[in-house]
Design a protein around this ligand. Structure first.
Ligand SMILES: C[S@@+](CC[C@H](N)C(=O)[O-])C[C@H]1O[C@@H](n2cnc3c(N)ncnc32)[C@H](O)[C@@H]1O
Length: 301
């Protein structure tokens, strides 16, 4: 069975995989082999799951700065069955309740998650519970968002779903299989540098530069990802290009909002930058449906 992302993730690349998949380095498309795969903003992992289902990845390094997301990947890798058992219990308790009681149960678990003190370094029984809370919150919160307030507490409200799938055991087992030989770590994207060499294919999907001033898609962590972070990432792109790695980066196109915005065109002027249509921001009223592009930057053709 092909595994798919086990969380809904803002900016998840599921819908763009067709376009991204066509733009992989030609060696991968021809030989079917990826000697080393590095993904420093792995999120829900749409690209990793796509590649793992189609190509032979010999070595992989997946990371993100969201500590609980990585903890959950680790738990699935090491003990998917215990996580499934825990989630099934949470699921049956939740789904037998009325809408109002589900809401109450959601806030009870959110509170338990926020007050849990967790050692992210050493795996323990508490990791199983935390991973289960993490998946439960992701599947039942508003829009599957992950947002922390300035105190680092998860503050997304309850989402209304008729029958949310909280435990997809089959998929979690398939994900475990995909993760078998991966190296997972929590950290800033710059921490990946030491794993990148001339054999590497690196996919970079940083938090979006907001399309307008009211969308705050970049709030995955309490630090945020501002224009200075985007510039630091462009430097990282240049440095790893010099190591001989093949690089692909995606981002939202600020030109969707402001034709004159050349932010990324300038940052990546030495590289191959393309704009492809994306299906985001769909407005029911066709006349108000703007053309939304996504940016893809590569250091190869
Ligand atoms: C657009 S999402 C990636 C989505 C992913 N491609 C998918 O298909 O689900 C960006 C990710 O970057 C992570 N992130 C934010 N700042 C970071 C940083 N400084 N270093 C590493 N990861 C970071 C967020 O936690 C989030 O998971």
């Amino acid at each position: 069975m092909n595994a798919k992302p086990f969380v809904k993730w803002a900016g998840g690349k599921g819908q763009l995989m067709g376009e991204l998949g066509k733009r992989l380095p030609s060696e991968i498309l021809q030989d079917g082999v990826i000697p080393r795969y590095v993904e420093p903003f792995v999120g829900g992992g749409a690209m990793f799951f796509h590649l793992q289902g189609r190509y032979e990845i010999r070595e992989s390094y997946l990371s993100d700065n969201n500590a609980d997301l990585i903890l959950t990947y680790e738990v699935i890798k090491k003990d998917a069955q215990r996580l499934i058992d825990e989630l099934l219990e949470i699921e049956s308790f939740h789904l037998q309740k009325s809408e109002d009681e589900r809401k109450e149960n959601y806030y009870r678990i959110r509170e338990a998650y926020n007050s849990q003190k967790i050692d992210h370094q050493t795996m323990s029984q508490e990791w199983i519970e935390r991973a289960a809370y993490f998946i439960f919150l992701n599947k039942t919160c508003f829009n599957g968002l992950y947002r922390l307030n300035s105190k680092g507490l998860f503050n997304v409200p309850f989402g209304r779903y008729k029958n949310p799938t909280i435990c997809d055991g089959k998929n979690l087992k398939a994900v475990q299989d995909y993760l078998k030989d991966t190296n997972l770590f929590q950290g800033d994207f710059t921490d990946s540098k030491e794993y990148i060499n001339e054999e590497s294919f690196v996919y970079l999907d940083p938090p979006y530069r907001p399309l307008n001033h009211t969308s705050h898609f970049t709030n995955y962590s309490k630090e945020g990802f501002n224009d200075d972070s985007q510039k630091k990432l462009a430097n990282f792109f240049k440095e790893t290009d010099e190591k001989g790695a093949k690089l692909m980066l995606s981002n939202s196109d600020p030109k969707n909002q402001d034709e004159g915005d050349k932010f990324f065109d300038e940052l990546y002027s030495d590289f191959n930058l393309e704009r492809i249509p994306a299906k985001r921001n769909i407005n029911r009223d066709a006349s108000r449906r703007g053309k939304i592009n996504e940016l893809i930057v590569r250091n190869y053709h």
